[in-house]
Design a protein around this ligand. Structure first.
Ligand code: FAD
Ligand code: 2HG
Ligand code: ZN
Length: 513
């Protein structure tokens, strides 16, 4: 748990973590005079503060100070909820002058502590910026305020037969600006690629209030237009709010597939996942749109907490893990035929790769199978407090990583109901991205000390990445060296210094500066 006590402990153990407060002038706290200034920019109801004149009780801003997991807690006194880019710009101009730290906040569904303050920084919540600016049904280019909820955007473009190029379990709360800021991956990355490819342009308010209008809707832009040369938008994709505030997003939305199917497969052993993936790619080629891995413990947890469609007892007997596979193509019968042929060949093999496979038969069953996979995060949070490691490692090592971590916790005497209840693994096989979740009864310094740097060292031993899709946030800023070279980190620091010389943008996140 991120408390003042653990922060102090880290100060002793890891002094580099707080270097930014000594190398630069310290950041200022928000004062009643600042609130008076913000009242000239924003309507009263867009300013939530425990400071005078409104002097709200801290419970009124609690939801903004605490993250989705209940792991990270900020002590902001003030939350601003602007409605326009101009208002964001004026707020930032003031904060820049006054050296007030600013945390951009979208849906606050982030899983690495990036969206809440480490101390008492001001929270700039984008929730009131939620208008679609334009949609071109021919090209699929959608331009929206950063605060638009991902699911609302999906609903907006659905009648035009388009879909968002990304989808994640948090779609009902996360915002497109937050998705871009974290470079969110999710369940469609296998098919549509990353946001580095689908984002066409961004509007960003820089730390000093300057508005960078890069909101192009054209796909190719190397023709001498203002955005040729350095592709500046890429800098803000995945910057987690440390370089500026994204206020508008232009994104390419693909046409909705004419037919989608999904199927859940129960596997007798983990070793079959890789050959299954190869076989599925061979049989399904361009129509394979998702290939998600769920280990037995993750599956049981999802079922226990009522997430989606469970297989029958007899169907899961002997299953060590599961795969949820989706196809998106042009013709339902044609795709179903391909899937059935795949299933038959899997079942008829001399040493079958699967125990059973169940094909969804209706839109309800289709959604329910997805719910089983998407709902794991929610199931975990119902079960306990999760330490989440979102890592990229070679697919063949997914099980080793989970087993080694479990064994390590057992050896440390921490694998019991009052400490660590479960160690589970699931994730996006197609992207080599494993979600290692350690489900504990509570967040404690002992468990954290047993897990870190242990997990980071383990990932490094596989030449993997400690941050596959959720970002670095506050959780992994100190551990960036496990995934990036010194040269890369140094270059990132120089870019940060150039764009945010006063260090006011989301301090303590991504980098230790
Ligand atoms: P927030 O949590 O509010 O912020 C996240 C980071 O972005 C912070 O550093 C914040 O400062 C910054 N930020 C937010 N908005 C802006 C802005 N407008 N300008 C600049 N910076 C900004 N992630 C995945 O990648 N794949 C998944 O499949 C996935 N599934 C999830 C499922 C569940 C149930 C949950 C709870 C989370 C999941 N996540 C997943 C993590 C999270 O939803 C994503 O990181 C998401 O993109 C965060 O969006 P948000 O609007 O909630 O951002
Ligand atoms: C997912 O793929 C998300 O379900 C969340 O990225 C993973 O909760 C997690 O660890
Ligand atoms: Zn994920």
């Amino acid at each position: 748990m991120w408390t003042a006590r653990t922060a102090a402990r880290r100060l002793v153990l890891s002094p580099r973590r707080w270097q930014h407060t000594t190398s630069r002038q310290p950041l200022s706290s928000v004062t009643p005079e600042d609130i008076a200034h913000f009242a000239k920019i924003l309507p009263r109801n867009a300013i939530l503060s425990t400071l005078p004149p409104s002097a709200l009780p801290s419970s009124e801003i609690e939801q903004y100070n605490n993250d989705w997991m209940g792991k990270y807690h900020g002590s902001a006194t003030t939350v601003l909820r602007p409605q326009t880019t101009q208002q964001v710009s004026e707020i930032m101009k003031w904060c820049y002058e006054r050296r007030i730290g600013v945390v951009p906040q979208g849906g606050n569904t982030g899983l690495v502590g990036g969206s809440v303050p480490v101390k008492d920084e001001l929270i700039l919540n984008l929730g009131n910026m939620s208008k679609v600016r334009s949609f071109d049904p021919v090209s699929g280019a959608l331009v929206a305020d950063a605060g638009c909820i991902l699911e609302s955007l999906s609903e907006y473009i659905a009648p035009h037969n388009h879909i968002m190029p990304l989808d994640l379990g948090a779609k009902g709360s996360c915002q497109i600006g937050g998705n871009v800021a974290t470079n969110a991956g999710g369940l469609r990355l296998l098919r549509y690629g990353s946001l580095h490819g689908t984002v066409l342009g961004l509007e960003v308010v820089l730390p000093d209030g300057t508005i960078l209008d890069n909101l192009t809707t054209i796909r190719k832009d190397n023709t001498g237009k203002p955005t040729s040369g350095y592709d500046l938008k890429q800098l803000f994709i995945g910057a987690e709010g440390t370089l500026g505030i994204i206020t508008g997003v232009s994104i390419l939305t693909p046409p909705a597939p004419q037919a989608t199917n999904n199927i859940i497969l129960a596997l007798p052993r983990f070793e079959n996942v890789l050959p299954l993936f190869k076989t599925a790619r061979l049989h399904l080629s361009e129509i394979l749109s998702a290939f998600e891995f769920i280990d037995r413990e993750a599956y049981e947890l999802a079922v226990k907490h009522g997430q989606g469609r469970a297989l029958g007892e007899d169907e899961v007997e002997g299953a060590q893990c599961f795969v949820l596979l989706e196809t998106s193509g042009g013709k339902k019968e044609h795709d179903e035929e391909k899937l059935t042929t795949l299933l038959e060949s899997l079942m008829d093999a001399e040493d079958p790769l699967i125990i059973t496979g169940v094909l969804s038969q209706s839109p309800t069953q289709f959604a329910s199978l997805w719910r089983l996979r998407e709902g794991i995060t929610e199931a975990v949070s119902k079960e306990g407090k999760a330490y989440k490691y979102d890592i990229s490692v070679p697919l063949a090592s997914f099980k080793d990583v989970v087993d080694t971590t479990r064994e390590h916790l057992r050896k440390n005497g921490l694998l019991h109901a009052d400490a660590v209840k479960q160690v589970i693994g699931y994730g996006h096989v197609g992207d080599g991205n494993l979600h290692l979740n350690i489900v504990a009864a509570a967040y404690t310094p002992e468990i954290e000390a047993a897990l870190e740097p242990f997990v980071y060292e383990l990932v490094a031993s596989y030449n993997g990445s400690i941050s596959a899709e959720h970002g670095l946030g506050a959780m992994k800023a100190h551990a960036i060296h496990y995934s990036k070279s010194d040269v890369a980190v140094d270059m990132m620091k120089r870019i940060k210094q150039l764009l945010d010389p006063r260090g006011i943008m989301n301090p303590g996140k991504v980098l230790e500066v």
